[in-house]
Design a protein around this ligand. Structure first.
Ligand code: NDP
Ligand code: OXD
Length: 321
């Protein structure tokens, strides 16, 4: 098959996504292979056999007619699925331990934050108020995880180990020890009716867009020491209906929200989320991608592919994830 060029295309100005870092990593992991950072005016597109990409704009990969595999440098492939001109070659997503562990940290951190009444305690500290409130046990709360894939299943297990009751929801039926699993549209209401804290780790697809909406919030379980339910979204911004979240926080349907992702990123300066007292927001860094582990993962997949082996974690384009 020869040593086709690996082209890197990273559309992000964020410090955690520096293109130069990816280039240095891939140079180290792919000795003997030409690695180029796009755009590169001197590159003949026909030489490119592999593309490693993050948020390519529609059309940016169309010129690479000899492409054999596209590697997305993250877990979510929604930006690629939106590109109608995406070359029809296998699209591989990230599913590695480092990313999963980081997401588990984020989910555990935010579930514990709401469970341990951190918003109230920080406000008390600022007001110099020594007023502890009754603290319930983890077992008093049920955490509902939407999406029981690589990330959701790991978070579900970690929360279970901390003593929370955990329920999960996915597209197909699942069996996970100690976790009540629901699936499909028919299983959604029963899942929501048990959930005091709703964690969303779904991929963004036409089926899941705006799944976090007012109807869903109204079905969440209010019968816990938390009172009003809480949502945590670390999937994608378009999974949430943002005006519905703000209304639900303001009228008490929801007690709080931890949001890592937004419909428009970076979050615009005039967004009400920045200063909402019931919102804990982070700048889409719940599970920062580790260039070391991911470049190794991509390099190993290329080596296997070139010796006739199967690629792992190939996206099913009809499902969209
Ligand atoms: P997986 O593909 O492993 O898991 C996706 C899960 O969602 C599966 O359980 C799947 O069900 C379920 N699902 C998909 N569509 C539906 C649907 N219509 N109804 C019910 N369940 C559905 O993905 P990962 O766990 O690796 O990642 C999940 C998402 O997390 C990514 O797509 C990405 O958007 C986001 N992410 C965010 C990051 C951040 O920093 N904020 C970092 C990394 C990822 P089934 O098992 O039946 O297929
Ligand atoms: C991802 C992400 O999908 O960082 O990996 O959001």
């Amino acid at each position: 098959m020869g040593n086709g060029t690996l082209a890197i295309l990273v559309n992000s100005a964020m410090q955690n996504w520096l293109p130069s870092r990816w280039k240095a990593r891939f140079d180290a992991e792919c000795p003997g292979r030409r690695v180029v950072l796009l755009p590169d005016g001197a590159l003949d597109p026909a030489d490119v056999h592999y593309a490693a990409v993050w948020k390519p704009r529609p059309g940016e990969l169309a010129a690479f007619r000899n492409l054999r595999v596209i590697f997305n440098l993250g877990a979510g492939v929604d930006a690629l699925m939106a590109d109608r001109s995406l070359p029809d070659v296998p699209l591989v997503r990230v599913s590695v331990g480092d990313l999963t562990d980081r997401m588990t940290e984020y989910v555990v951190l935010h579930v514990l934050m709401h469970h341990r009444q951190e918003l109230y305690l920080r406000e008390s500290q600022r007001a110099k108020r020594w007023e502890p409130k009754y603290q319930w046990a983890a077992s008093a709360l049920t955490v509902g995880i939407m999406g029981l894939g690589t990330l959701g299943a790991a978070s579900a297990r970690a929360l279970r180990a901390l003593g929370f009751r955990v329920v999960g929801w996915s597209r197909s039926a699942k069996q996970i020890d100690g976790i009540a699993c629901f699936h499909g549209a028919d299983g959604l209401d029963a899942f929501l009716r048990q959930s005091n804290i709703l964690v969303c780790l779904l991929p963004l697809t036409p089926d899941t867009q705006h799944v976090l909406n007012r109807d869903v919030f109204a079905k969440l379980n209010r019968d816990s020491p938390l009172g009003a339910p809480v949502i945590v979204n670390a999937g994608r911004g378009a999974l949430q209906n943002e005006p519905d979240i703000l209304r639900a926080l303001d009228d008490g349907t929801l007690g709080a929200a931890s949001l890592d992702v937004f419909e428009t990123e970076p979050l615009p300066q005039d967004s009400p989320f920045w200063s909402h007292p019931k919102v804990v927001l982070t700048p889409h860094n719940a599970a920062d991608t580790d260039a070391d582990e991911i470049s190794k993962y991509v390099a190993a997949q290329i080596t296997r592919f070139e010796s006739g082996g199967a690629l792992e974690n190939v996206v099913d384009r009809t499902r969209g994830y």
